[in-house]
Write a protein that binds this ligand. Structure first.
Ligand code: ATP
Ligand code: PRP
Ligand code: MG
Length: 281
């Protein structure tokens, strides 16, 4: 099975990092290559531009692909969104000069909108019943309202810095995007595709959890169980030659601070908190 992966740009490194953490190590690295084998003889990574990945998947060059939702929507291909990989978060927005007359989408009737996303933009204005001309550009979209090429733009924003620097104000959100694992509808139930989903899910599930280990007097165990509900409860083991027991549990990262304080009050000692690489639920 071929998995299409962004070959460069901002989505490349986090995608490779995810493959590595999922245990799908690339053989011989990912630099400047078209293909790379993985530790799974049935999975090959194919490197392509983020914008081309929907086409590669739809055409059958790859069964599944990693790219932004914005790219899939813009391609118009009917792909199945299997899993939100939780990076590349951004928003496509309509924006216009801060000090101009365009304050709502309706103000763009009869106007011009520049974008790298003509399909999404046309669909958006059509749905609103606003007749605006869409001009396709391939970069530096933010410049176009300042050189009378367009009245507004539809472009990606994340921190908002680029819009601000170019004195543009957001008018409305068109699409919230993040990077997803996409598949052609006919391969969704394939065992290998499902294994890939499980592997990526295990990385995401591990990211916001910690493994907590501690020793505590046995008579405190009921109280400890109350603060460590964990996944199916903590694991409890005897500690040789001691009245203490060892307790291991998986805890939500944002709860760790509070849990440790509670455990200390219950007489816990030797508390260890470690990251988890993968967690298959
Ligand atoms: N500022 C951003 N923050 C988060 N995600 C972004 C941002 N800009 C783009 N993305 C996501 O990354 C995808 C790829 O972006 P883009 O096509 O601009 O490639 P790039 O990585 O910037 O490389 P290049 O523009 O040099 O080809 C976008 O489709 C979008 O999903
Ligand atoms: O809200 P911000 O955090 O400023 O991010 C938004 C900018 O990020 C992307 O550009 P990128 O950095 O990928 O440069 P590019 O135009 O060369 O693709 C996008 O095209 C915006 O211009
Ligand atoms: Mg870019």
């Amino acid at each position: 099975m071929r998995l299409a992966v962004p070959n460069k740009g901002r989505l490349h490194d986090p995608s490779i990092d995810l493959l590595e953490r999922a245990g799908l190590h690339l053989e011989g690295g990912a630099d400047r290559k078209l293909y790379a084998d993985t530790v799974d003889p049935d999975v090959t990574a194919l490197f392509a531009r983020a914008a081309d990945i929907p086409e590669y998947v739809a055409d059958g060059a790859a069964a599944v692909g990693i790219t932004g939702l914005d790219q899939v929507r813009e391609s118009g291909h009917d792909l199945v969104d299997l899993l939100d990989l939780e990076f590349g978060r951004c928003r496509l927005v309509v924006a216009a000069p801060e000090d101009g007359d365009i304050e709502t989408v309706a103000d763009l009737a009869g106007g011009t909108v520049a974008t790298e996303f003509p399909r999404i933009t046309r669909d958006f204005f059509a749905e609103r019943g606003v007749d605006a001309e869409v001009v396709e550009v391939t970069g530096a979209t933010e410049l176009t309202p300042h050189v009378d090429m367009a009245d507004a733009i539809v472009d990606i924003t994340s921190t908002g810095t680029t819009l601000r620097v170019n004195r543009l104000a957001e008018i409305e959100e068109v699409l919230a995007s993040s990077v997803r694992l996409f598949a052609r509808p006919d391969v969704v139930d394939d065992q290998k595709v499902q294994q890939l989903v499980t592997a990526f899910e295990s990385v995401l599930a591990a990211e916001d959890r910690r493994y907590v280990m501690l020793n505590v007097p046995e008579e405190q165990l009921d109280d400890v169980r109350d603060v460590l509900p964990g996944m199916g409860g903590p694991t409890v083991m005897d500690v040789a030659g001691s009245d203490d027991v060892a307790v291991h549990a998986v805890v939500e990262e944002r709860a760790v601070f509070g849990v440790i304080n509670d455990l200390k009050e219950m007489g816990a000692s030797d508390v260890l908190v470690t990251e988890i690489e993968r967690l298959v639920e």
